[in-house]
Design a protein around this ligand. Structure first.
Ligand SMILES: *[C@@H]1O[C@H](CO)[C@@H](O)[C@H](O)[C@H]1NC(C)=O
Ligand SMILES: [Ca+2]
Length: 279
């Protein structure tokens, strides 16, 4: 680029020389004759070079203008972004320090609560220690807690099965749970269990009555006409149906012990104090 411009400058000086020659010629008419093929090609070259130079200049201006416009806009964008970044960073820093403060506060709170808990435990321990000797004697003080799915009534827990077994298998199952098929003494007990039985077309549940053991037949909550000992029926079951006239205290039937029914287990939870049924 520079060499071209330099070349052009040279040419210009050549042209100036020519002009001066022309002026000289005008002054002294002796040297009027122009050099053969002199100014023609030079002028053409000069025009060409000038045009080239102009093009180059324009190009340079255009390029510089382009880059002058671009960097400032780009620079402006970066500075705006940098500002945004800086703001975000300071926000984050603030958030972090806030969280650190919160963490510190929570740690202190945790420490305080831990101390409180230790204090309370220290206070409680003597109380527990003094209670322990009482706990050795089974008294009525402890509340009875039945296993999950078992119902509490008057010191006993009851389990109403959803699966069916014959009477001996039902008894074995109840014994495996530390109980026996329910032995029902009072109308209240009978009604409590009855109320918890589901209704159905013919819902029957084994309970703890069989000829194989000594029976208290005569008493009890038999349906009218039962026990009829129809085809060697030795085991007792409670029936609950959709018929609402059927009532708790007239719901016992007897049936062959080999039938498969759901069943009701009982587990006495109060060992001493009264006439709990031994097993
Ligand atoms: C509660 O159980 C005791 C001891 O088994 C019994 O004597 C009493 O009759 C029962 N009470 C009721 C309401 O079932
Ligand atoms: Ca019967």
């Amino acid at each position: 680029m520079f060499s071209i411009c330099y070349f052009l400058n040279n040419k210009s000086s050549v042209e100036l020389e020519e002009e001066s020659e022309l002026t000289l010629a005008a002054i002294s008419p002796v040297r009027v004759t122009p050099r053969p093929g002199g100014p023609g090609p030079y002028r053409l070259a000069t025009i060409c070079l000038a045009t080239l130079c102009a093009v180059l200049l324009i190009s340079i201006i255009a390029v510089t203008a382009h880059y002058k416009n671009k960097p400032p806009s780009a620079g402006g964008a970066t500075s705006a972004m940098q500002k945004q970044d800086a703001a975000a960073v300071s926000d984050l820093t603030a958030a972090v320090s806030k969280l650190q403060e919160e963490k510190k506060r929570l740690q202190e709170e945790k420490k305080r609560l831990q101390e409180e808990k230790d204090e309370l435990l220290a206070k409680l321990e003597p109380a527990i220690a003094t209670k322990a000797p009482e706990g050795i004697k089974p008294t009525t003080a402890a509340p009875i807690v039945c296993p999950a799915d078992w119902l509490l009534f008057n010191g006993s827990c009851y389990f109403i099965s959803r699966t069916t077994r014959d009477w001996p298998e039902s008894q074995s199952y109840c014994q495996s749970k530390g109980g026996h098929l329910a032995i029902i003494h009072t109308p209240e007990e009978q009604t409590f269990l009855w109320d918890h039985l589901p209704r159905g077309h013919w819902r029957a549940f084994w309970f703890g009555l069989s000829d194989e053991h000594t029976e208290v037949i005569g008493n009890g909550f038999w349906e009218v006409g039962e026990p009829n000992n129809h085809i060697d029926e030795d085991c007792g079951y409670i029936v609950k149906t959709q018929v609402l006239e059927r009532v708790a205290i007239r719901s016992w039937y007897d049936a062959p012990c080999s039938m498969y029914w759901p069943f009701i287990c009982e587990k006495e939870m109060v060992a001493g104090g009264s006439t709990a049924v031994p097993h």
